[in-house]
Design a binder for this molecule. Structure first.
Ligand code: NAD
Length: 295
């Protein structure tokens, strides 16, 4: 049971956690904090928070647990603002998509406070308090990236919090997290943004490809509707990994281009088959894991 939980950034991620914990009855009071009064008022009217303030210091002064659910680019300013206001023994955690950056920014917190870096692998392309829903984390992974200095009791509290929200918690080193998520989450977002731009920039008065786009285009590009500011911050915070990932994707596109230029049917079939086989195997493995978790 967390007596007082403060959520800084009551959007999809922070709002969904508050709703899940309230539904389970494992949180006393939830205080919302952020920049937008309208969003915080909406969060209260939706029952996500019990009280709210735009003063981050006021919001955290009585909190047992503080969850940062703001874009990565806001971490430095938010953590430096709350650091002097936190009570002794408070736990600060986050839900940000890159973990080495989060841990570096949290170095400004006082020694009397614990920081537990976390990343729930759940989300949608929607933003704000009205996008939040209590089952967002159900049966999704939540990765915690403790290091040797992490307080074990605080780690247990945050692990239980995410489990109470329905998530399956795993631990891994922060650099491994950033590399893995760079490949399976950040790169697909970059590819989706680039693909929509690549198609859209071909539009002229006589030629409008988007008006003929159908299901395949919609499936591939759903995540290009995600918040541009949030993704700007994530990609900057994981820049080194992503430069490498972009090179890997460009190599793959180049392989297809070379095979096309040579009208190399076998090579094209091999390239497409290896992708199809890998995706089919991943889907089958995922299904088996989900069935096992349910059993
Ligand atoms: P969101 O836009 O729905 O919510 C973010 C909230 O933070 C908004 O209410 C906004 O008003 C507030 N905010 C922005 N800047 C602020 C500042 N400087 N000070 C105080 N409040 C501020 O975004 P979200 O999808 O909930 O994402 C929040 C975090 O969770 C991000 O760090 C993101 O990387 C991470 N995350 C997102 C997803 C996803 O799929 N959306 C998944 C996992 C993790």
């Amino acid at each position: 049971m967390i007596q007082t939980l403060t959520i800084i950034g009551v959007g999809l991620i922070g709002g969904s956690l508050a709703l899940a914990l309230k539904e389970k009855g494992v949180v006393g009071k939830v205080i919302g904090a952020g920049r937008s009064e309208d969003n915080l008022k909406l969060a209260q009217s939706l029952g996500i928070v019990d009280a709210w303030t735009t003063s981050l210091s006021d919001a955290v002064k009585d909190a047992d647990v503080v969850l940062l659910a703001v874009p990565m680019g806001a971490y430095e300013a938010v953590l430096q603002t709350i650091a002097p206001a936190l009570k002794e023994g408070a736990i600060v955690s986050d839900a940000g998509s890159t973990k080495q950056h989060a841990m570096a920014m949290a170095k400004c917190l006082p020694r009397s406070v614990s920081f537990i870096p976390a990343h729930p692998l759940a989300g949608t392309e929607k933003s704000g308090a009205d996008a939040a829903f209590s089952t967002l984390y159900q049966d999704h992974l939540c990765i915690l990236t403790p290091d040797e200095s992490t307080d074990k009791d605080a780690l247990n509290t945050i692990e239980s919090m995410w489990q109470d929200a329905g998530a399956n918690v795993v631990h891994m080193p922060a650099d491994e997290h950033d590399k893995l998520l760079g490949a399976v989450s950040h790169l697909p977002h970059l590819a989706a943004f680039a693909l929509v731009n690549a198609v859209n920039k071909q539009k002229t008065d006589e030629f409008d490809p988007l008006s003929f786009a159908a299901g395949g285009f919609k499936d591939f590009t759903r995540i290009a509707s995600s918040s541009p500011e949030m993704w700007r911050d994530i990609t900057l915070a994981n820049r080194d990994v992503l430069e490498e990932q972009i090179d890997i994707l460009m190599d793959e596109l180049q392989n297809i281009r070379v095979a096309l230029q040579a009208s190399d049917k076998d090579r094209l079939t091999a390239l497409f088959s290896s992708a199809k086989d890998a995706r089919d195997a991943w889907l089958a493995e995922r299904k088996e894991r989900q069935n096992k978790d349910k059993a």
